[in-house]
Write a protein that binds this ligand. Structure first.
Ligand SMILES: [Zn+2]
Ligand SMILES: [Zn+2]
Ligand SMILES: [Zn+2]
Length: 274
């Protein structure tokens, strides 16, 4: 069975060009346009599973002609505003939405995501249209037709940020951002899997830091460690995403540095079929 992914957005929190920014890298992105224009990160798999609910979701619905009523499950990585904008969920009930099959949308995430839902989503919506489920690191679960294993990321001190191993049929992917270098326990669990695709955090671009976010160097090290440990093979696809103007490299420059290392550079609207 195949999995089809659509990258809806590929930027870090501020977008690129960043929402209020006048730096050189944002100026260049505005001028060059095309794949240098990046909205807040999210991926949709097979039109029915979405990762994260960024503040650019409405733009994604228009740009990619999405039917979000068909998405019954959203995996949220963590509560940062570029990944989770819970107020939007208030639009998924009468009188703002008619959901023809009347099925609920289930949001999966950590405790902080769960609390944000309780605080920001209205009772009428929670009673009629949206459910929330807490996921804990390493507790596997079935989400629709997918098997999901949440792993702890190294991304924030005040919540358990999650990255996800997602399997369907005989295909397995890692949705691996936002993350610094993976904690040892996450590497241990990863060793039980053989990935067809690894999506990695490249926020820092040309910068070497691997704490809370990674860049090119961290992505290459991660790829090599996956190959050494049998988590990946020569057939595994690697994709870098979640780019920031502060990382310093535009799309073509990222390609020059990453593609020779066998890592593709994600862009808004990119599709992958496994
Ligand atoms: Zn982020
Ligand atoms: Zn900027
Ligand atoms: Zn974050």
């Amino acid at each position: 069975m195949a999995m089809k992914l659509l990258f809806l957005g590929t930027a870090a929190a501020e977008g690129w060009p960043a929402v209020f920014c006048q730096c050189e890298n944002c100026k260049k992105a505005r001028k060059k346009g095309g794949k240098n224009i990046r909205t807040r990160s999210s991926v949709i798999i097979d039109s029915d599973l979405k990762i994260d609910l960024p503040p650019d979701t409405y733009h994604h619905v228009i740009k990619y002609n999405l039917d979000l009523a068909k998405v019954e499950n959203i995996l949220v990585t963590h509560s940062h505003q570029d990944h989770f904008y819970p107020e939007e969920l208030n639009m998924r009930a009468e009188p703002f939405a008619k959901i023809l099959n009347q099925k609920f949308l289930t949001i999966y995430g950590n405790e902080k995501v769960f609390m944000k839902i309780q605080n920001s989503v209205e009772r009428r919506v929670l009673e009629n249209s949206v459910k929330a489920k807490v996921l804990r690191p390493y507790e596997e679960t079935n989400v629709g037709s997918y098997h999901v294993v949440p792993l702890l990321a190294d991304h924030a001190e005040d919540e358990q940020c999650l990255i996800y191993i997602i399997s369907k049929g005989n295909k397995t992917i890692l949705y691996g951002h936002d993350s610094g270098w993976f904690p040892e326990e996450s590497w241990k669990v990863l060793k039980n899997f053989k990935l067809d695709l690894a999506i990695l955090d490249c926020t820092n671009g040309a910068l070497p830091q691997i704490k809370y976010h990674m860049g090119i160097e961290g992505d290459i090290k991660t790829k090599n460690k996956m190959l050494e440990n049998g988590i990946a093979s020569k057939d595994t696809l690697f994709v870098a995403t979640h780019f920031s103007h502060n990382g310093g490299l535009l799309h073509e420059e990222l390609k020059e540095k990453l593609e020779p290392n066998g890592i593709s550079v994600a862009y808004d609207g990119m599709t992958l079929e496994l």
